[in-house]
Design a protein around this ligand. Structure first.
Ligand SMILES: Nc1nc2c(ncn2[C@@H]2O[C@H](COP(=O)(O)OP(=O)(O)OP(=O)(O)O)[C@@H](O)[C@H]2O)c(=O)[nH]1
Ligand SMILES: [Mg+2]
Length: 478
């Protein structure tokens, strides 16, 4: 895993960062962001069994559980050699932890965040985030005191896996769940795992089928996909609960599959990072090509007007000297100065404005071949739509003339990265996964196959550019 992470870091530093700086594109993720530990976010209705599941997989009663809404905050559970806890204020103000961004959600949220450090083996590769159970919209509006969908989105964007729990009582029907699907989870369905939990509560196949059907029906309304996502039907065996009359083997297998997914999260994370760098590189290429081409066209306009002025006034001066009308020379000089002012203050700013307004056309012209391929066209247009307003804003604020045309070599390098190096990296990752190399980060040659218990394998508490060999913090342009 370390090898994959280093290569991704190298691509950002050597290829993308210099170009992003030159064209004022948004900064790439910091080394700290890239080194953030793999994270799993657990969401779901209240009492759907999130905390019970966390306790089960960690083999320890880390979280409180209960039938009434139990958790009203977010608990980050990560590796620590000794069991300790920190409150939200300490978590969001610690620059070595990747949670400073939560501060923007206000004190109400901060007081609802906790960090728990536990010496569980699983936490050496994965950080878990348990969340408050979702409730009915009306109650939520009065009760939370912070932007719940916003915070969920914040965590979900940074998570490598989002597990969404439902239970037989509320298979996806609470208002808040639907709101979270629409507002917080849109666009990240590739990271979602759906769990229908507590299936040991079903006493007949009929009950199970009804709840499963209701869940599918509700999911269909909020997940804009043609196919239904995989649903893990499972339960946590609890001594104090009555046994179901249904055969439980398949549901137990689903629990093992779910735990297998958790163990694969470090590999998923690497896969997500490859997707992320690919998306970044493609957007950077569009941005730099369009802005560079427009700047080049502006320079041509300037050169044309300069050539025209030189020819005109040079010709007039030569004619005045040739015909002995030297008295006309001062007049020609004044006219030349006026012309320069006219071009500089009227013609060129207009041309600049026109060019910026025509960014869409420039994009279409530059990608005319690629846009003929249907799938590629949809992708390209979507990416351009996403970045175009910022690209325009930068061209306006910074001045189009301050950019150069994108160098051929840079363009080739970017294309090699997106078309060759990154697909190759992904295929190597899949091979490593298939060979059983990846999940427990056992590919690191200097690590034993079973993790030592004293040290986390990921720099859990190391974040930000403070990690010693880092470059200074980059300016954020977007
Ligand atoms: N029968 C059965 N009961 C379960 C299972 N998982 C959890 N429970 C029970 O369901 C209740 C709620 O469990 P929690 O783990 O607190 O649920 P939660 O999703 O964390 O709830 P909130 O924190 O309120 O959002 C508890 O009484 C658990 O004992 C399960 O798989 N089967
Ligand atoms: Mg809970």
């Amino acid at each position: 895993m370390e090898m994959f992470a280093n290569r991704i870091r190298g691509y950002y530093e050597d290829i993308l960062d210099p170009l992003a700086k030159e064209f004022l594109f948004r900064r790439p993720p910091t080394v700290g962001e890239l080194r953030r530990p793999p994270q799993v976010l657990l969401l779901g209705n209240h009492s759907s069994g999130k905390s019970t599941f966390v306790n089960h997989i960690l083999g320890d009663a880390v979280q409180s559980t209960g039938v009434a809404p139990t958790d009203d905050g977010f608990t980050i559970i990560t590796y620590g050699a000794t069991a300790t806890e920190r409150d939200g204020a300490a978590v969001v103000s610690n620059p070595d932890l990747p949670y400073e961004g939560l501060r923007h959600f206000g004190d109400q949220l901060v007081s609802h965040v906790r960090l728990k450090l536990r010496p569980a083996e699983l936490l050496q590769t994965v950080t878990l985030i348990d969340s408050p159970g979702m409730i009915d919209e009306a109650k939520a509006e009065h009760g939370r005191g912070f932007d719940f969908p916003g915070v969920v989105r914040w965590f979900a964007e940074r998570a490598d896996l989002v597990m969404i729990f439902f239970d037989p009582d509320k298979p996806g029907t609470t208002g808040e769940t639907l709101q979270v699907f629409r507002e917080s989870l849109a666009g990240i369905d590739h990271k979602m795992l759906i769990v229908l939990n507590k299936v040991d509560q079903f006493q007949s196949l009929h009950d199970f089928a009804r709840a499963y059907g209701a869940l599918c029906w509700n999911l269909g309304k909020v997940i804009p996909r043609k196919d239904l996502p995989m649903i893990y039907n499972t339960f946590v065996p609890l001594a104090d609960k009555p046994k179901s009359r249904l055969p439980m083997e398949d549901f137990e297998k689903a629990r093992n599959d779910l735990i297998g997914e958790l163990r694969r999260v470090p590999t998923r994370r690497m896969d997500n990072q490859i997707t992320q760098i690919q998306a970044y590189a493609e957007r950077l290429r569009l941005h730099a090509m369009v802005i560079g081409e427009a700047a080049n066209r502006l320079r041509s306009v300037r050169a044309r007007w300069a050539g025209f002025a030189i020819l005109l006034f040079g010709g007039l001066s030569a004619a005045a000297v040739g015909t002995g009308m030297l008295v006309a020379l001062p007049g020609i000089a004044v006219a030349a100065v006026l012309a320069v002012v006219f071009i500089g203050y009227l013609i060129l700013p207009r041309a600049r404005k026109r060019l910026i307004a025509r960014f869409d056309q420039i994009f279409e012209t530059l990608h005319d071949r690629e846009l003929l391929l249907r799938d590629r066209a949809e992708d390209l247009r979507m990416m351009w739509e996403e970045i175009s307003s910022r690209t325009r804003e930068i061209a306006e604020k910074r001045g189009l003339q301050s950019f150069e045309k994108m160098r051929w070599h840079d363009r080739e390098q970017l294309e090699e990265l997106t078309d060759k190096l990154l697909p190759q990296l992904r295929s190597e990752l899949y091979h490593a996964m298939r060979d059983g190399d990846a999940p427990a980060t056992a590919s690191e040659p200097d690590r034993p196959a079973t993790p030592p218990t004293s040290e986390p394998r990921h720099p859990v508490l190391v974040e930000g550019d403070r990690v010693s060999n880092q470059k200074p913090k980059r300016k954020t342009f977007f």
